[in-house]
Design a protein around this ligand. Structure first.
Ligand SMILES: [Fe+2]
Length: 266
């Protein structure tokens, strides 16, 4: 499988470069996803190693990281947006691109099914129910690796009070305050519905609530150590009692989860 993985890396590098253009906006978007792909692939590999997975599983995790956003390049070229609701689901698009690649057929069918399941579910609100442990494990790995890097990409935007630093394809709401219904979701420690976002504060909170959806303590420690959580919290408005309750709940959760050891039943 090592040779096949090398072939995949080389195809992906050429594929991403094939979208390079003289148009600055498009080029920035393509470069951003190229960089994201590199970081997420590395995170997947590292996380799989930290979880004590065998070489075959590490390679599958690396493959999932490499291809998880392969649909983004076609999405941006066709629709000029990374917004799935205005174009199409980029994970489904990734699966269509993978369908066209002859070397995917070199994978044993059970491995191909695992890779496709993990990629297809990486951007969904929750992992679709499955009894297959490999599928579930790879889906958890890619969701964590992806979020870890998205915090890096969005940091200037999530911690600032203006659109400064926001990648140009992100639509910016000007109001800072978290909406009252979002604040109550934060107090309850639940996930918010993206479609209900009304303010810039809501958008920050949605990303902060991802913390409750992180699967492994390895990932959570990396997110916390990078300062992403503290920086987002410091920029949240309004600073009132309800907000503090949400923050306390989140910080308590982080403390407990970071103290856990990741264990895998395979
Ligand atoms: Fe994605």
């Amino acid at each position: 499988m090592k040779g096949l993985l090398r072939e995949m890396h080389s195809w992906m590098a050429d594929y991403m470069k094939s979208f390079y253009t003289e148009e600055d906006d498009v080029q920035n978007a393509i470069r951003l996803k190229e960089l994201h792909t590199g970081y997420v692939t590395a995170h997947c590999r590292e996380l799989a190693a930290c979880l004590g997975l065998d070489e075959h599983q590490r390679q599958l995790a690396e493959m999932v990281g490499l291809f998880h956003d392969v649909g983004r390049f076609r999405q941006y070229t066709i629709y000029k947006t990374f917004n799935d609701s205005r174009s199409e689901d980029h994970a489904e698009l990734a699966l269509k691109v993978l369908d066209e690649l002859p070397f995917m057929k070199k994978l044993p069918p059970e491995d191909e099914a695992v890779v496709r399941f993990a990629i297809g579910s990486h951007n969904k609100k929750a992992i679709p129910p499955t009894k297959d442990r490999q599928m579930l494990l790879m889906a958890k790995i890619i969701r964590d690796a992806d979020k870890l890097d998205i915090y890096r990409v969005l940091r200037p935007y999530l911690t600032g009070d203006t659109s400064e630093g926001a990648p140009n394809f992100i639509e910016v709401q000007s109001r800072q305050e978290v909406s009252p219904d979002f604040l109550e979701i934060f107090v309850a420690g639940k996930q918010a519905d993206y479609h209900q976002i009304r303010t810039h504060g809501d958008r920050k909170l949605v990303r902060l609530l991802w913390i409750y959806d992180i699967n492994f303590s390895w990932t959570l420690r990396r997110i916390v150590e990078a300062g992403y959580v503290d920086d987002i919290i410091a920029s949240l408005e309004p600073k009132n009692e309800r907000m503090q309750m949400g923050i306390d709940r989140l910080q308590g959760y982080i403390k407990r989860k970071c103290a856990e050891e990741d264990c895998i039943e395979i």
